[in-house]
Write a protein that binds this ligand. Sequence first.
Ligand code: NAD
Length: 443
Amino acid sequence: MTTMTASAPVNRNPVFDELGFPKDPDNLYTQTCEVMLGAAETMGLPHRLKIILAQPMSEIMVHFPVRMDNGHHQLFKGYRVQHNNALGPFKGGLRFHPDVHLDDVKSLALLMTFKCSLVRIPYGGGKGGVKCDPSKLSQDEVMRVSRRFCASIFRYIGPDYDIPAPDVNTNAQIMAWMADTYASMAENNKATWDSMRTFTGKPVEIGGSLGREKATGQGVVDTLVELLPALGFKSAQGLKFSVIGYGNVGSWSARIFAKHGAKLTAVMDHTGAIINENGIDTEALLTHVQKARGVAGFSGASPCSVEEFYKAKVDVLIPAALEQMIQEREANWIQAKIIAEGANAPTTPAGDRVLQKRGIEVIPAILANAGGVTVSYFEWVQNKTCTIWDIEEVDRKLNQHMVAAARRTLVARQRYNMDMRSAAYIASLDHIAKAYAVRGIFP
Ligand code: NAD
């Protein structure tokens, strides 16, 4: 099928000049906005909404000192970006990584707005992070960075205003420290338990939801399984797949997809790449990664180069590591027929154009990885209503949201004859536009 695409090479969008965007074509924020604005143009979104959505509502940058184990103090830089809250409180993860920059956090916050809207949960989009390398910090130092960062952004977040969650290099333990810090600082002590609701992805002992840890991977697979027939496959049974990143999203996606009968044959992470045409044992690989901190050295597969990894003949590739990993070069190497974006923004617009030209279908991040935020929403609802759902209820409700979002995307794709990424943005923008139509713009 010949499809139009919102991410086809176009002249610089006039909105970029109107808002003074940088001219650097590799800027992740400009790239993310370009796709959203392309979809907005196709559906005839009013200009006022384009400019509102092209910039975040608030960009918060903090610096905070932390006492290190050696007694010295180190100054850390942290961000919280609040993109849009037309549909509900800001929502999005916090990441700890040496490469955390304002533009990247802005991109991730924007993606959250569209993700929440696409799966129809009542949240807006936000994102944050601390520029640090947690692998070089002790557990105590990570705890002090987490608590001090939470204290630094305390006045900007809240249980019904902005609700952070885990992301790259942050986990349930870090959310527990932050929730505890927030609750300890909250003015009304009687609201202590309610203020813990400011963070999702908490351990189950303090209000975390069953099924949150696997939720993003579960959502990737729910979406894939729903879309496979529309993308030319009968079912997951017997499909070969590869994964980039074997952390939370990568390992859960792989293990759940394997349970549907698909065969993992290649994996790459920050330590190297491995391949085994006969199939990689997903559980054994996880045990290895937990001990060795990466896939390198796994005895159940052979090491391979990055190029060999991308060129592996698979049906599905699940990028589940960092942003911008599929650029033009990688897009030309890839042999998969479907890419399910477990990671946020793993494909650059230039990479996307190559994939489209080569007929490779992309299930975009705002659809494929929306399972995490959906179960975060379930956690928030359970905390708000003092209830605990069993895992079957969580899985069933998650599946309903993911399947509905996948169908919405297919409907938009058919209506506008577009690629899946643009279609997902259109299905999402449609909901946001309706909210603005009834709310209006103050004053
Ligand atoms: P994680 O920290 O658990 O795992 C990250 C993985 O990326 C690790 O396996 C690491 O080895 C790999 N990686 C890092 N640098 C790499 C490189 N240069 N080359 C190859 N691999 C590399 O993080 P996660 O929570 O699994 O998040 C992964 C992606 O999914 C991120 O884009 C994140 O924003 C997105 N995401 C996560 C969630 C969630 O619930 N955790 C939800 C939605 C989206």
